[in-house]
Design a binder for this molecule. Structure first.
Ligand code: SF4
Length: 207
């Protein structure tokens, strides 16, 4: 997303969130995105339990790096981390079903992760679930909400919505200060390819 859109989101004044009392399972895509989400929830008096489930991160070395970074970060700030530690390359590809374009695969990717977070939350006595994906201006926020609401309905557990996007830059800056591993692409092998395609295109234009 363009820098001006990020700036716009940073300046957006959100209405105060409705208060929440209960146990929250926070699906966590990566440590850097979790920094400001966790800080913000704690400011509200919510102590989230982080939940790792990201079969969309490829290749395995990248998956392991992001998972291990989250392990270290949550331990350092005293947040409980639960892991569904599945490197689900094949399951992810099967779910996407050959529809590799971003507009087709991202909704599926949101659905896989939020469906699982809601299932786990429901079966393990949490009052609600949410996701750190809600902080990213690079994700489709509306589709994320739709996926969260569908999972809420399916499992009968509240989807705690927060628009964390205004906190994105400060969270990333803090993550950098802390020396956390900062990934260069969203996660799937397609987003990794797109990163290089974009770079190639830029070099061509500059040549
Ligand atoms: S770009 Fe990101 S959100 Fe979209 S399918 Fe790939 S990993 Fe999932």
């Amino acid at each position: 997303m363009e820098e001006n859109r990020i700036a716009e989101l940073q300046g957006a004044g959100n209405p105060p969130a409705p208060s929440f009392e209960g146990s929250l399972l926070l699906h966590t895509c990566c440590a850097p995105c979790s920094v400001a989400c966790i800080d913000s929830l704690r400011e509200e008096g919510i102590e989230p339990v982080s939940y790792w489930f990201n079969p969309n991160i490829h290749p395995f070395t990248e998956y392991r790096m992001r998972r291990n970074t989250l392990r270290e970060y949550t331990a350092s700030i005293g947040v409980k981390l639960l892991e569904n530690d599945v490197y689900g390359l094949r399951a992810y590809l099967d779910a996407v079903g050959g529809n590799y374009e971003q507009k087709d695969r991202c909704p599926v990717c949101y659905h896989i992760r939020l469906d699982e977070a809601a299932r786990f939350a429901s079966e393990n006595g949490f009052s609600a679930f949410s996701t750190t994906l809600l902080i990213s201006p690079y994700q489709n926020h509306e589709l994320l909400i739709a996926a969260g609401e569908a999972a809420e309905k399916k499992y009968g557990v509240e989807f705690l919505y927060r628009d964390f996007r205004p906190l994105f830059r400060q969270g990333q800056d803090r993550a950098r200060e802390l020396g956390l591993y900062m990934q260069k692409y969203c996660g799937c092998i397609f987003s990794e390819e797109e990163r290089y395609q974009k770079r190639k295109k830029k070099h061509k234009e500059e040549a």
